[in-house]
Design a protein around this ligand. Structure first.
Ligand SMILES: [Zn+2]
Ligand SMILES: [Zn+2]
Length: 203
């Protein structure tokens, strides 16, 4: 299943440039089967997700959030719980997400100074973002190296703020994602592939 894990829309992210409908249309056209909507410091309510879902029956549309805490951008996937927005410490977010079965991803950890600082003081999300539209190739490589050193998973996502950012970086799961929380087990069990796959090293 082709899945988008990190996406913004004009509904709740002021920096986004496409409406939810425009984003979903492009995802369907590009063959995605599931998406987690992760607005900046805002969650979609379950009824809003359901309403959008009715317009795009071939797409599974799940909730999430991208929380800004200091220099960190933490994704929590599979939730419509607004109380995440009341948390102002990374450790509190990680504890709550782990207890609730929500996947946590440190977004673009090497996009700016301090973006990975929480790792240096021992905090561990479930996964690090590697390739996205907002992470250049050296930053993505560094994320893969650090994840491997720390035993963390790595994901690709678009971090899309516009339709043109879609269909470049994603994850492909072997099993279908049927419930919002399924993504955590799938990622932690490594039952997915990063797409596009890294090019074979040149001889
Ligand atoms: Zn971000
Ligand atoms: Zn983002």
């Amino acid at each position: 299943m082709k899945i988008e894990l990190h996406l913004h829309t004009t509904r709740y992210s002021p920096c986004a440039r496409a409406t939810p409908e425009q984003m979903m249309q492009r995802l369907v056209a590009a063959g995605y089967e599931a998406v987690y909507i992760t607005e900046h410091d805002a969650v979609w309510r379950a009824d809003e997700l359901a309403e959008l879902g009715e317009k795009f029956p071939s797409l599974r549309i799940f909730g999430g959030v991208e929380l800004t805490i200091g220099a960190h951008h933490l994704l929590v996937l599979g939730t419509s719980d607004p109380t995440y927005l009341d948390l102002h410490e990374e450790s509190a977010v990680l504890d709550k997400a782990r207890a609730a079965g929500h996947l946590t991803i440190l977004a673009h950890p090497f996009r700016w100074d301090g973006g990975a600082g929480m790792l240096e003081i021992g905090m561990r999300p479930d996964a690090l973002e590697a390739r996205t539209n907002n992470h250049d190739e050296p930053a993505a490589q560094r994320a893969r190296r650090v994840a491997s050193e720390l035993g963390l998973k790595v994901v690709n996502s678009s971090d899309a703020h516009d339709v043109d950012a879609l269909d470049k970086f994603w994850v492909e799961t072997a099993a279908p994602i049927t419930a919002a929380e399924d993504i955590r087990d799938v990622i932690l069990n490594g039952a997915y592939e990063l797409q596009p796959q890294p090019a074979a090293p040149k001889q």
